[in-house]
Ligand binder design. Structure first.
Ligand code: FAD
Length: 277
């Protein structure tokens, strides 16, 4: 459980961090909160010669709550997502989902950027960001670009981010005032990753539904979302069950996971709809 040796870099701005990634290529990786990467390094499932720590880069920090858009710096911690009052008012779903991640110790260090950039299908934030129709802002040697969260995930641990790009910011449209939200997660024990989790927004004739840890990427389903927008809850559940593709593992066999997925989705829809709009 001791990682292989590496050289540690602590740049003070985004341009310098990208420069180090360019210089060392495959040998370099950025580190944010370290709560996914360090365990992988200790297990020798990830090994790199250069770690580029993003902690000293102020440009990557801060929560901005505007009338129409929320912007989260990639280095915002899960703890900050929970304790930021303006954010909790603008998009309560983010706080609700962040409270379901791991435990307070992990949440003090784990960042929103690390959670979405990692491409781990078990992470809660990717599905959440797809439900919210977030956009990921990336900076790399060729400049800046934006990728929709719904287009970002390609396979487990594979995303649209290039090796020399850094996720800098996440932009999220503020849902309309009549849009109600809920996050439901089933896990084996406190602090665990999801067996199945559902993020739901519904109201004003619109809906958006995404699920976590039921395929090798998060699953946002346009047909499940359309069914719910039209008031057809069972149609939404049925469309989502067609969209997910769980595999049997130590969280249970496929049929059990599909059952839990349907229960989580119905619960999230019920809870969202029962909230004042
Ligand atoms: C015991 C335990 C339980 C956990 N349970 C959950 C859970 O229930 N739900 C959940 O969602 N997560 C869970 N996690 C994971 C935790 O939330 C991680 O902190 C998070 O997923 C990764 O964030 P990080 O800042 O620690 O990223 P790091 O570990 O530093 O990095 C993760 C990966 O993302 C890359 N990366 C990080 N930041 C950037 C960036 N800005 N640009 C480009 N690439 C970047 C890194 O190179 C690395 O490959 C758990 C972790 C532990 C240790």
């Amino acid at each position: 459980m001791i990682p292989a040796g590496f050289e540690y870099h602590r740049p003070g701005d985004i341009a310098s961090a990208i420069g180090i990634l360019q210089e060392h290529g495959d040998e370099a990786r950025v580190i944010a909160g370290g709560h996914s990467l360090i365990p992988m390094m200790k297990l020798r499932m990830a090994e790199m010669g250069h770690l580029v720590d993003l902690q000293a880069i102020d440009e990557l920090k801060g929560v901005e709550v505007g009338a129409d858009t929320v912007k989260l710096g990639s280095m915002v911690t899960q703890h900050e997502l929970i304790t930021h009052d303006g954010l909790a008012t603008a998009i309560p779903l983010i706080r609700e989902a962040a409270l379901q991640i791991a435990d307070p110790q992990v949440r003090y260090m784990g960042t929103v950027g690390g959670n979405v950039a990692n491409g781990d299908p078990g992470n809660d934030m990717p599905g959440l960001m797809q439900c919210l129709n977030a956009t990921f802002e990336l900076s790399g040697p060729d400049g800046n670009r934006s990728v929709a969260a719904r287009d970002f995930y390609e396979a487990a641990y594979f995303t649209a981010r290039g090796d020399e790009e850094i996720l800098t910011r996440i932009s999220i449209p503020v849902p309309g005032s009549g849009v109600r939200q809920a996050y439901e997660k089933q896990k084996r024990k406190i602090g665990d990753y999801a067996t199945a989790a559902a993020a739901v927004m519904v109201g004003n004739g619109t809906a958006s539904v995404a699920m976590t840890n039921l395929a090798d990427t998060p699953v946002w389903s346009v047909s499940a979302s359309s069914a719910l927008a039209g008031g057809d809850v069972e149609g939404c559940v049925s469309e989502m069950l067609d969209a997910i593709d769980p595999v049997a593992d130590n969280r249970g066999p496929v049929e059990f996971k599909k059952h839990v997925a349907a229960v989580m989705l119905r619960r999230a829809i019920d809870r969202a709809q029962s909230r004042a709009g």
